[in-house]
Design a protein around this ligand. Structure first.
Ligand code: AR6
Length: 231
């Protein structure tokens, strides 16, 4: 039996008792019909070293602007850990505004396992991409390309070869991708945020006038891309 066995992947960290089935497999049709939901990471705030306070204000400003334009659809800011500084800052800033908490909230989890690990069904996820739209590297980009499998790279190339900072590209996922079959994700939106890391291309050298403008454009492109799928 499964007694005493701590299983891997979809049940990581959860002990299964005898008779209990591991929670794996595909998303049922009921959950696929649920409220359209975009899960997105905080753009530029890790590898790209963008200031967290400034980024949190821009996230809340852009969410406030779009949340009423997308009908019943939801926006969910995701990060890996409960200690995430950007999640706390965004929650603090959002609480001062009149934002419907059922249409915008934060969520702790791996963006590639929101349904299987967290029970949160998101039909669209955003990626903090690089300008070449290349798989690998680090951060959320590497996680999404790896979880989606090779079909994401091919589908991405059909839509665009590169991205300019502030821009986004919507990529439909093949139904054979594990992100689709396991997590219920039908689209990935790649977004390129502003870069403040001197080790990465197009570094803005601490120019936060330009940086904030590009970060606003990036969230606008992302939310407009999501709105185009929802409609
Ligand atoms: N699930 C949810 N959130 C995540 C995950 C994950 N699996 N992984 C990271 N985050 P980053 P950037 C959060 O560095 O700053 C890449 O190498 C992370 O904690 O992924 O825009 C690209 O190729 C942070 O809050 O993106 C680019 O070259 C957020 O995702 C460059 O990094 C963004 O962190 C982009 O840098």
């Amino acid at each position: 039996g499964l007694k005493g066995v701590v299983s891997v992947s979809a049940n990581a960290g959860k002990e299964l008792t005898e008779g209990e089935e591991p929670v794996v497999g595909s998303v049922d049709s009921d959950s696929l019909n649920e409220t359209p939901t975009l899960a997105f990471p905080s753009l530029s705030t890790s590898d790209f070293q963008f200031n967290h306070e400034k980024a949190s204000e821009i996230i809340v400003e852009k969410v406030e602007e779009f949340v009423d334009k997308i009908g019943n659809a939801r926006l969910v800011l995701v990060d890996m850990t409960h200690r995430s500084k950007i999640l706390s800052l965004v929650r603090a800033n959002a609480s001062k505004k009149n934002i419907d908490s059922s249409k915008f909230f934060t969520f702790v989890g791996d963006i590639t396992q929101l349904y299987s690990q967290g029970g949160l069904c998101c039909n669209v996820i955003a990626n903090a991409a690089n300008w070449r739209l290349k798989p690998g590297g680090g951060g959320v980009n590497a996680a999404i390309f790896s979880a989606a499998g090779p079909t994401l790279d091919a589908a991405t190339k059909e839509q665009a070869k590169s991205l300019r900072p502030g821009n986004a590209v919507v990529v439909p996922l093949a139904s054979t991708s594990p992100l689709f079959s396991r997590e219920g994700v039908t689209h990935v939106i790649h977004v390129l945020g502003p870069n403040m890391n001197p080790q990465r291309p197009n570094c803005l050298d601490n120019d936060y006038i330009t940086g904030c403008k590009i970060l606003r454009e990036a969230y606008t492109s992302l939310f407009e891309g999501f709105a185009s799928i929802v409609k």
